[in-house]
Design a protein around this ligand. Structure first.
Ligand SMILES: NC(=O)c1ccc[n+]([C@@H]2O[C@H](COP(=O)([O-])OP(=O)(O)OC[C@H]3O[C@@H](n4cnc5c(N)ncnc54)[C@H](O)[C@@H]3O)[C@@H](O)[C@H]2O)c1
Length: 367
């Protein structure tokens, strides 16, 4: 049997609540005899033999007073998190949330940085999931360096530059550790729907004249994105450009407003104006409503499994298997074909299958 993934998380926000509770949702389905290949909302029942409930949280970092010092299983449910409470039994986790990095701790010689690195290393984590508010470039770099120092794979959920940093990527490659990012592409998010519709226009030979994407929500991510939306806006543009869509006439507003009563629901309004035969107008207006953090967790579950499988397989740097799950992947453009992605996943799975008897290989010793 494949060992569960030992997962650490930077940020204990809604994404983590959705991931933690969702794993128990599927565990309950499994116990009721539901076949995993028919789980609702799951793309890959197993990656490298690892199912969607086969994650064990082993360490967590945050700065919020409702979370730091509290047992992890309580912190994930603490305000201002507002992902709904699912009707499933939740396990107790035998560790408390530790204080995270502040700007003063960004320097690897600082006491705070060393403390976080030690906690990570001692926890035996295989993957550090970076899930902080958008807009904190210093934090993305600092947590990535802490993961590198501790020999832990890094997954960047946010639009900050980590996997796209040549410096960070070459250091992870040299150390033999996977670096996965940047910015997860939500399960059925505004970006993938928008991209599909714009691609359809192009495929059918219509001309795009203008388009916009407005997003609204009532969770902390939307509150933050109102003022800190620049990197997210660029990442959403990157997501559209990935498939060759011309984005010059596309306007995107990551958070057009914080609407508290929407809670963890997101509403996206998409508009597309185009021209068909003889220049006559075509117009599409679409409203998408989703549980925002489920939309994240449904993809995080794959990114974490790919990162862990890559680490177990001894594969360094960026695993191509992750490319479709990201808005701004390493390489920036459609560097990898569908065949590359499938090949990468198969290669990782085969490498892990060969090592089935050594579930937690360490990373190379530092010289
Ligand atoms: N569908 C989605 O929800 C989705 C999709 C793509 C990307 N993302 C990105 O994922 C990230 C996390 O989203 P979320 O909804 O969980 O956000 P959130 O605001 O609910 O959680 C962020 C957590 O990070 C903590 N934090 C802040 N500074 C910290 C620090 N220095 N160290 C440790 N913890 C710190 C906060 O206290 C909070 O608990 C955001 O950047 C968001 O844009 C989300």
């Amino acid at each position: 049997m494949t060992a569960p993934i030992r997962l650490a998380t930077a940020g204990v926000g809604n994404n983590i609540s959705a991931l933690f509770q969702g794993m128990e949702f599927y565990r309950k389905l499994s116990a009721q005899g539901h076949p995993e290949n028919g789980f609702p909302g799951v793309k890959n029942a197993r990656i490298g033999g690892i199912g969607v409930s086969d994650l064990e949280f082993v360490a967590a970092f945050d700065l919020h007073e409702n979370k730091v010092g509290h047992p992890f299983h309580e912190a994930v449910l603490a305000e201002p998190n507002n992902y709904p409470l699912l009707d499933v039994p939740l396990p107790e986790c035998p560790f408390t949330v530790q204080p995270g990095l502040t700007p003063d701790d960004a320097d690897p010689s600082s006491v705070g940085f060393k403390r976080v690195t030690e906690v990570l290393a001692e926890s035996g984590a295989e993957v550090l999931l970076y899930s902080l508010p958008t807009g904190l470039q210093w934090a993305a770099e600092a947590y990535a360096l802490a993961a590198l120092e501790a020999g832990v794979a890094f997954v960047n959920c946010t639009p900050e530059v980590a996997a796209r940093s040549e410096n960070l990527m070459s250091r992870f490659e040299a150390a033999g550790i996977p670096l996965v990012g940047d910015d997860l592409a939500s399960h059925l998010g505004a970006s993938v729907v928008h991209r599909a519709l714009l691609g359809l226009l192009s495929e059918r030979g219509l001309t795009l004249t203008s388009s916009y994407q407005l997003n609204l929500g009532g969770n902390e991510d939307f509150r933050n994105l109102r003022d800190q939306g620049a990197s997210k806006r660029q990442s959403k543009i990157n997501a559209l450009a990935q498939e060759g869509v011309d984005t010059s006439s596309v306007e995107i507003i990551p958070s057009a407003g914080f609407v508290s009563h929407l809670r963890d629901n997101k509403v996206a309004m998409l508009n597309i104006e185009g021209q068909g035969w003889a220049g006559t107008p075509v117009s599409i207006d679409l409203k998408l409503k989703v549980q925002d953090s489920s939309n994240a967790a449904g993809v995080i579950i794959d990114l974490v499994r790919i990162a862990a499988v890559a680490r177990r397989a001894g594969a360094a740097g960026f695993p191509a298997a992750a490319v479709r799950a990201l808005k701004s992947p390493y390489g920036g453009h459609p560097k990898y074909t569908g065949a590359d992605v499938a090949h990468s996943l198969r290669a990782l799975e085969e490498a892990v299958a060969r090592q089935a008897d050594t579930p937690h290989p360490g990373v190379p010793e530092k010289g």
